[in-house]
Design a protein around this ligand. Structure first.
Ligand SMILES: Cc1cc2nc3c(=O)[nH]c(=O)nc-3n(C[C@H](O)[C@H](O)[C@H](O)COP(=O)(O)OP(=O)(O)OC[C@H]3O[C@@H](n4cnc5c(N)ncnc54)[C@H](O)[C@@H]3O)c2cc1C
Ligand SMILES: *[C@@H]1O[C@H](CO)[C@@H](O)[C@H](O)[C@H]1NC(C)=O
Ligand SMILES: *[C@@H]1O[C@H](CO)[C@@H](O)[C@H](O)[C@H]1NC(C)=O
Ligand SMILES: *[C@@H]1O[C@H](CO)[C@@H](O)[C@H](O)[C@H]1NC(C)=O
Length: 434
């Protein structure tokens, strides 16, 4: 295969003997970033321990998207057959203006840039990854309360104190999501979040149990074939999708909201507020929104990019949402890429050079992540500015090749030697925003 033939026998899709590198990795958080990191560390022969706050595995959240840039890892892990049946397979995004006139039909190829996209229920997809990690022997401990992160210069160690117990390893990764404690404990950054000015009402519910198939206005969502519909009005957009042979429906309505900036995956939304937003709209919108037995009021919070994701001694780092929160679309995909790439840089640097591995990881990841973040903001702004009557403006969901055709694992193998050489010759400089 291309670009990583110098790593004998251990490359894409191949699994190294367990603990063959001798590197002990401690991962805090078992979300998509933590699990991807743990699965790939295991595959590359590192010794990995995952510490999770939740005391049990719960199926939480609603819809989440993995682009082909993350889907290729789902396939590499052999999980396609498990994820595919629960994901949406709408062939088009049918976009309307608020009056329900169709303004654009965007084809959504299921297989593009060498891999599948997986759009499904966050909790159901997460459970499959979690169980896969356990099945390949990743040690995941639940109910953990991490109170301290530490690293030493002399002995080259790093560790955590969790539930009063000190656990040590070669590297510690904080993958504990948007409201990361690791961000503060590892990097010393207080969480300076602020309102993005938007919030999303979100719901996921059973279609038949809630009468979607009995309402002539919206029975088109339950014909057995998955569909994806969008409505764009001033400062509001609504996306609705059917899943799992039309047995499940999800909708997301993004709207202006400066009132409150608490992030929560469980804060309830009031249906009367939701319906007030679509007064005078295509009547299918209210019909659809009102079928949800409940919805979540999810504040879209903004954070400025962190100047660095790694600690002073470069034995600790944050990744995924803890390092770089995203607007909807690429968050989970970039979190998975983060985890995959770290496993590669640790493998190539080796146990004696863990700090170099973390610095190379940050160098490889930083600008790509930033570029993807900016793309999400641009799309959001474009949709909210969109004059639905203006057919000239491009309002596609962007599917750029640089983002989606990317193979983070192969790329890391390709560039690692050069990145390491740069760092050795010129000293380490944190990457900056483009
Ligand atoms: C309950 C929940 C529901 C979500 N629902 C959606 C959704 O419907 N749609 C969507 O697009 N995104 C959702 N997300 C966010 C989405 O999973 C992430 O944006 C994305 O996958 C990036 O993954 P991550 O691993 O960085 O963060 P996350 O997936 O948020 O994972 C972080 C993990 O760290 C754990 N954790 C947090 N604090 C600590 C701590 N102090 N110590 C130890 N462990 C800790 C969390 O319990 C979680 O398992 C949800 C996240 C959570 C936690
Ligand atoms: C975690 O431990 C700290 C220190 O012992 C304690 O103050 C805190 O309440 C604990 N948190 C949880 C969620 O148990
Ligand atoms: C959808 O239908 C197909 C074909 O009938 C079936 O194999 C699959 O299990 C169904 N999926 C779900 C989630 O119901
Ligand atoms: C936001 O969360 C904080 C801490 O959990 C809480 O004290 C505060 O009341 C919340 N604010 C709102 C508006 O819900």
């Amino acid at each position: 295969m291309n670009g990583h033939s110098d790593v004998e026998g251990i490359g894409l899709g191949l699994v190294a003997p367990p603990s063959s590198t001798g590197i002990k990795v401690i991962v805090v958080g078992s979300g998509f970033a933590g699990l991807a990191c743990a699965i790939e560390c295991k595959r590359k022969g590192h010794d990995v321990l995952v510490l999770e706050k939740f005391s049990e595995l719960k199926v939480l959240g609603d819809v989440i998207s993995l682009g082909p840039n993350a889907g290729r890892f789902i396939e590499r892990w052999g999980l396609h057959d498990k994820l595919w049946p629960i994901c949406a397979h709408a062939p088009f995004l049918n976009l309307h203006n608020h009056l329900g006139e169709i303004i654009q039909v965007q084809p959504l190829p299921a297989h593009e840039y060498g891999s599948q996209s997986y759009n499904g229920h966050r909790g159901e997809m997460h459970r499959i990854l979690f169980q896969h990690a356990e099945s390949i022997g990743v040690d995941i401990r639940l109910g953990q309360n991490i109170t301290e992160y530490w690293e030493t210069d002399q002995d080259g160690l790093a560790g955590v104190i969790t539930n009063g117990e000190c656990i040590c390893g070669d590297v510690v990764i904080g993958a504990d999501g948007v409201r990361s404690k690791a961000r503060e404990l590892i990097l010393g950054f207080n969480d300076k979040h602020r309102s993005s000015g938007y919030a999303i009402y979100r719901a996921w519910f059973k279609a038949q149990e809630n009468g979607v198939d009995k309402d002539p206005l919206i029975e088109f969502l339950t014909t057995g074939n998955d569909v994806l519909y969008g409505w764009i009005g001033k400062d509001i957009h609504l996306l609705a999708s059917s899943f799992q042979n039309s047995t499940a429906i999800s909708w997301l309505m993004t709207h202006k909201d400066d009132a409150d900036i608490n992030e929560s995956w469980s804060f309830p939304g009031k249906m009367e507020d939701v319906l007030a937003l679509v007064e005078g709209w295509d009547p299918r919108c209210a019909a659809l929104l009102s079928k949800a037995p409940w919805c979540i009021d999810w504040k879209l919070v903004y954070r400025d990019p962190l100047p660095t994701w790694i600690s002073e001694g470069a034995r600790m780092a944050v990744m995924g949402d803890a390092a770089h929160p995203f607007l909807p679309m690429q968050g989970a995909s970039q979190a998975i890429e983060d985890g995959v790439v770290l496993a590669v840089t640790l493998q190539l640097a080796g146990k004696a050079k863990v700090p170099l591995a973390l610095r190379a990881w940050e160098t490889i990841r930083y600008q790509r992540v930033r570029k993807a973040q900016i793309m999400g903001e641009t799309t959001r702004d474009k949709w909210h500015r969109a004059n639905p009557g203006d057919r000239g403006e491009c309002i596609d969901i962007p599917r750029p090749e640089w983002l989606l055709s990317f193979d983070a694992e192969a790329h890391a193998y390709q560039v690692y030697n050069n990145v390491e050489k740069q760092i050795k010759e010129h000293g380490y400089k944190h990457p900056t925003c483009p």
